[in-house]
Design a protein around this ligand. Structure first.
Ligand SMILES: Cc1cc2nc3c(=O)[nH]c(=O)nc-3n(C[C@H](O)[C@H](O)[C@H](O)COP(=O)(O)OP(=O)(O)OC[C@H]3O[C@@H](n4cnc5c(N)ncnc54)[C@H](O)[C@@H]3O)c2cc1C
Length: 355
């Protein structure tokens, strides 16, 4: 294990802003992880675990302690060949998420096809229970193998212990900073049908679905998801400035029924209808993109180095020379505008590091 000093973090993130890590190590082997954690503990350094850097805003002042970049590879499968049987995938935390999805699809295994094209590492996905186009990783995660920094031992957390909900888990709430994820175990279904619940996908395949021709395959669904994502700047495409982002910058607010009714009434008074979806426990999830766009912030908004993507109202982008402070300034402007217009404080989705 090599510990480097003063390593710039911006190039290791998709937003490409922020300063350096005082200490930095890239870990390819599981055995290196406890040793690296020990390095931080004995020197009393704050520890930050970096995956693919696709859900982060790193402060301009950087990180004063140790950054561990988890690069543990390897995908193994355990299965029977009978159709419809579960296939267990054990995937190293450092594997690129979309490479794993591609492999699952090639092996005709259903369960993650709608999560195609999401950037970042496999180890990053349980943290905010990554989701898109009608699927989330909680649907297929069987267990998570991690170094427990509190107990100083390696543990395997079965899915119920991960506390998955909309964009949350124990990893980013009650037990934040406690676990370093080493591997994630998924249960996929060989020969399973693709999930086509989401409106964008139904529209994409409308003709085929209406004519009841052969339903789309997993591979076609993956391609469709990637194409839809590309049109929204939600696929990392070299040369596309609209994807120099951290994805959606705000979570869709989850409201109680009375809160939702209040919001819907305000919208009706303005001759508008707010898109919403049922959520758990008699709650409703409302569209953060709609709130942003109906508070005076359109796609392409902003004149400085930070702005809103031309393709997606929720993506704050670095136009090339932005600092973290520009991104945070824009975030605050939008939060303030939405709160003033609709009485709702939007919660950021990316992790703010070193602020
Ligand atoms: C263009 C674009 C589109 C996106 N689309 C989506 C989307 O559709 N749906 C969605 O849910 N997200 C989306 N995201 C956000 C992001 O891709 C996901 O949250 C992703 O899973 C983050 O993984 P990462 O490896 O990049 O994590 P990082 O950004 O490196 O880290 C994020 C958090 O996870 C922690 N972490 C990372 N790895 C580990 C580990 N091994 N052990 C412990 N903690 C760890 C970090 O400490 C940090 O708190 C998008 C981002 C971009 C840039």
């Amino acid at each position: 294990m090599t510990i480097q000093e003063n390593v710039p973090l911006a190039p290791l993130t998709t937003l490409q802003v922020g300063g350096s890590a005082r200490y930095f190590a890239e870990l390819r082997r599981e055995d290196d992880v406890p040793e690296a954690a020990q390095f931080a503990r004995t020197r009393d350094l704050p520890l930050f675990v970096l995956g693919g850097g696709s859900n982060l805003v790193v402060a301009d002042s950087g990180w004063p302690g140790l950054v561990l970049r988890i690069a543990i590879g390897g995908i193994t499968t355990q299965s029977t060949d009978a159709p419809g049987k579960a296939v267990l995938f054990s995937v190293g935390a450092g594997v690129n998420w979309d490479d794993f999805v591609a492999q699952a699809v090639v092996q005709n295994c259903a369960g993650v096809e709608c999560l195609s094209g999401i950037p970042g590492s496999v180890g990053g996905t349980p943290v905010q229970n990554v989701g898109a186009y009608g699927q989330e990783v909680a649907d297929t995660i069987e267990s998570v193998r991690a170094l427990d920094l509190k107990e100083e031992r390696i543990v395997v957390l079965p899915k119920p212990a991960c506390g998955f909900r909309y964009r949350t888990s124990v990893f980013n709430t009650t037990e934040r900073g406690r676990y370093i994820i080493l591997r994630v175990n998924f249960r996929l279904k060989r020969g399973g049908a693709p999930s086509l619940k989401y409106a964008d996908l139904q529209r994409y395949f409308a003709e085929r679905l209406a004519e009841k021709k052969t339903p789309p395959s997993l591979a076609e669904t993956r391609d469709a998801v990637r194409e839809i994502r590309r049109s929204k700047g939600m696929l990392i495409v070299p040369g596309d400035d609209d994807c120099r982002s951290a994805g959606s910058f705000f979570k869709n607010p989850v409201l109680s029924e009375p809160q939702f009714e209040d919001l819907a009434e305000r919208a009706t008074a303005r001759g508008l209808e707010i898109p919403s979806y049922p959520a758990l426990d008699a709650q409703r999830k409302v569209s953060a993109a709609w709130l942003v766009e109906h508070s005076g912030f359109s796609k392409g908004y902003g004149v400085g180095p930070a702005g809103i993507s031309h393709k997606h109202a929720l993506a704050l982008i670095n136009r090339g020379t932005a600092k973290a402070s520009d991104i945070v300034g824009l975030k605050e402007e939008i939060q303030h505008g939405v709160q003033k217009a609709w009485g709702i404080l939007l919660e950021p989705e990316p992790v703010l590091v070193g602020f």
